[in-house]
Design a protein around this ligand. Sequence first.
Ligand SMILES: *Cc1c(COP(=O)(O)O)cnc(C)c1O
Length: 443
Amino acid sequence: MNKQQVNQLVSDFPLVQQLIDLKELAWFNPNITSLEEGLPYVSLNQDDVKDASDRLKRFAPYLCKAFPETAITNGIIESEVLAVPTMQKALSARYHTDITGKMLLKKDSHLPISGSIKARGGIYEVLKHAEGLAIEAGLLSVDDNYEKLYSDEFTQFFSQYSIAVGSTGNLGMSIGIMSAKLGFNVSVHMSADAREWKKNKLRSHGVNVVEYQSDYGVAVEKGREEAADDPKCFFIDDENSKNLFLGYSVAGERVKQQFADMNITVDSDHPLFVYLPCGVGGGPGGVAFGLKLAFGDNVHCLFAEPTHSPCMLLGVHTGLHDNIAVQDLGIDNITAADGLAVGRASGFVGRAMERLLDGYYTIEDQEMYNLLGLLSKAEDIQLEPSALAGMVGPIHVEQNVDYLNRMALTPEKRANATHLIWATGGGMVPAAEMEKYLATAQI
Ligand SMILES: *Cc1c(COP(=O)(O)O)cnc(C)c1O
């Protein structure tokens, strides 16, 4: 994109100038539709989510064996929802804004196996691929007890095949650990910002870690190239994969069940707001899709991005989707938020979900650290910086009177609201790293 094109874009979309200036901002979607109107554009539906959910149930006996830490949930990889009232007060005070209703934290940060939201989509896609290969070879049928995959016979079988993926860290952890456990040869192509401890952890699981001095987009490209030369290599495409998306979307029905167990009502008088940190978009997009199917128009989803990597906001706001990258505007895509350092959003997710999302906002790295410190102090919960991007969501909602009026979110309704902060990662951060994160907080 040349200077003139950038100028034109700024004059068509003044908000783009604020993005270029790295300002924190919120944009509420003026083109939001009902679920009914928006659903056809997703090109996936409830049956697809059910298929994914059933597949995860088939694999549960295997996961129980292969990862004993999943045994307490019977091989279902799911995280806890918990109220964070002290943080809710601390946040209100910090921003001088009342957060009405109840604030909850969804602790995907502490999901088993890989300690991030990627334990949903990444693991699901590997399992789906493995199942397909085993069924095709006549070694498995969907009526079998999948515990049988936990055997030398299957490890041998999968060792003929390989899997490749490009990642800033967490996706690589999920796909690497899961693939290696099944017996696949797996290569994770890591961008320059990937943390050393994540690379080391992967190597300890027998994963081939390939390092690049460039960003996520390049790592993905290299992974794609490697796989293209090898018919037995499956490339997991974080930018376009519907399977990843569906793996994430199963979260919707799970949250619905958790809320039922906790006696939390969601209906037109009890709105649910969900705040999701966004990188390429598959994770938050898939989760939001599942939540929409579970709660319909009573759930309001917002995406959060770092000021240095606002790719989804940029793509959706301008309608250019994956035809524009933040670097085209001179934004550097450098952020401490693992998983969010993505310059170009998924075109699939942006186009599929743009009618169903209430809004998008950006947050500075330093503020993610500050909120990390605040949460640790208030609730003794430690997350990685990216997982804090969702935390300011309720403030944006409460402050945006135009949005609240337009959506008829009256004070009465808001008093009954549930604010669900999706904490996307951090459960496996080594103690010494966490100390550094905490020391960076200014609170
Ligand atoms: C990957 C990731 C996200 C965002 O998921 P995308 O699918 O890239 O949008 C958010 N938080 C953390 C910690 C992640 O690892």
